[in-house]
Design a protein around this ligand. Sequence first.
Ligand code: 4AD
Ligand code: MG
Length: 465
Amino acid sequence: MSSGGRTKIVRLLQDGEAGSEVTVKGWVRTKRGNKNVAFIALNDGSTIDNIQIVADVAAFDEALLRQITTGACIRATGRLVESPASGQRVEIQAAELEVYGTADPESYPLQKKGHSLEFLREIAHLRPRTNTFGAVLRIRHAMAYAIHKYFNDKGFVYLHTPIVTASDCEGAGEMFTVTTFNLDNLPKTEAGKVDYAQDFFGKHCNLTVSGQLEGELGAMALSEIYTFGPTFRAENSNTPRHLAEFWMVEPEMAFYEIEDNMDLAEDFIKSLVRYALENCMSDLQFLAKMYDPELIDRLKFVVENDFVRLDYTEGIDILMKSGHRFEFPVSWGLDLQSEHERYLVEKHFKKPVILTNYPKEIKAFYMKQNDDGKTVRAMDVLFPKIGEIIGGSQREESYEKLAARIAELGIPEKDVWWYMDTRRFGSAPHSGFGLGFERLLLFVTGMANIRDVIPFPRTPKSAEF
Ligand code: 4AD
Ligand code: MG
């Protein structure tokens, strides 16, 4: 029960026994009262709820009580008693109070309640102390745990794919170069190009945009793997759904065809949302109350209903016949924008949609080619309020077809020889997908901006600490 010489507030509020002697430690949310009695609301991050500490003013040094202001960190020891106040089962009758750290009310940025999310983004170092970010960060943790649990229960192996990689053929976006060169004095080849042969790794390296290609190497031996780690994209997309550093979950499965892949993706998301409903209810209720009254209904709806499965070509048809005016006009071959995805999901079907069989031109080289010569076995899972939450595909397992596609796209064999080896030796049908972890969190928390579901967001022109 006790950790760090205290009991966590979540435990006391749930099943602390009235009459017992307890110690709590945490940060003061508010202090109010009169000349006889002080009420301190204390939070230690273990739950959205505060515990109330009641202090008899006469029993404490006046200077000590004055230091107990919003934001200060304190210890309180005393008797847990049934609370006469409504909305809380128990409170603490303080016998001892100790101040660990004061927070000057003149300068503490969270002195008042009700700051805007924009303002809190500017003080991301302190925002975990707010109710909102406490709730979001606990849910983020719960979802990370649920992801590992889901795959572990199914016998998938967690494969750690590299963050620094020389592979740049995914085509998923612009990359960040990793180098130890002195940028003011770059070694050059005779042709005047930067000579990466002299760099740390002896070649041009970058931060990974996806663990998939290495994930496939694992799947072709362990049969079912997943990766879960940070990925990086240097695209200059300043939208509420893009980060330059985000986390991705990428399962990769030998012997799965596209239908198996869709079944897994749907079951996976439903199971994560169910986990949130079963384990994060007080945080969800808080977020629903503050930001998004329909949040919990929307989560239940996703768990209880089948996703629509639709061909890209049918999707384009629906969009063209919709009569809706889109910013990007619709025609076959279009790389769908978020406005199109959201139209299908929110207006037309009112359900999550899995879109398949996209034109090969707008998808990556490794996707399995259909017999029509035009489309590939891609699948994107599209969600209300978010658009694309998952991107994946069945992979091309034929060496000949893959080699032909690589040649067509001008990808040098020397860059992908190791990837091609999986098709050269013991190739097998296989599939996989990538779930954007922060996109999932946008859905589960109901937050509207992706900067508010990651502790330390990295976006263009923004990377404090
Ligand atoms: O669709 P993407 O680019 O797919 C891949 O990278 C594949 N290699 C995945 C695979 O098949 N293993 O990215 C996958 C998901 C997207 O659906 C989206 O949810 C998320 O990653 N994502 C981003 N999330 C936040 N910020 C960004 N800039 C993102 N780009 C993609
Ligand atoms: Mg995608």
